[in-house]
Design a protein around this ligand. Structure first.
Ligand code: FES
Ligand code: FES
Length: 163
């Protein structure tokens, strides 16, 4: 029988405890814990749909063992915006018409957040390079990147509310 393990970490600002199998992947743990905004795509680290933030850095939760989250700060799309009060990246994506099926969007947003934390005013090249692991099967890349550019410019210029 597989030995279970207890871990705890901060999930979307709340300290949580979990019992996991040693080989459970973080994406599975997050989804069974109600974070359905974390998407499963390729399940092998190539599409970016499962991107989350661990201690502020983008991480692929499908190839991250859940036990590695022990003691860390984990954020999913659920912590950024709500339906009633969306995050500025979410509204910018809608304004740009960048959301088609929407499957890639949570991962795109979290990657963009990590990028803007690291590089507050990213160039087009920075955006492309940093987000090149986030695939959009609907191929809306230009509009997605435009939305990220807009939010980065707003933040750099005026500190837009809710961004
Ligand atoms: S589901 Fe994790 S990278 Fe594709
Ligand atoms: S909007 Fe459909 S995969 Fe990106």
């Amino acid at each position: 029988m597989t030995q279970q393990k207890n871990i705890s970490f901060t999930l979307n600002g709340e300290k949580r405890s979990f019992t996991i199998a040693p080989d459970e992947k973080l994406v599975k743990l997050l989804r069974r814990s109600g974070c359905l905004g974390v998407k499963e795509g390729c399940d092998e680290g190539t599409c970016g749909a499962c991107t989350v933030l661990i201690d502020g850095k983008a991480a692929l939760s499908c190839i991250t063992y859940a036990f590695l989250a022990d003691g860390r700060d984990v954020r999913t799309i659920e912590s950024l915006g709500t339906f009633e009060k969306p995050h500025r990246l979410q509204t910018a994506l809608v304004e740009e018409g960048a959301v088609q099926c929407g499957y890639c969007i949570p991962g795109m947003i979290l990657s963009a957040e990590a990028l803007m934390k690291e590089i507050p005013e990213p160039t087009d090249e920075d955006i492309r390079v940093h987000m090149d692991g986030n695939f959009c099967r609907c191929t809306g890349y230009e509009k997605i990147w435009t939305a990220v550019r807009r939010v980065a410019a707003e933040r750099a210029g005026k500190g837009v509310a809710n961004a």
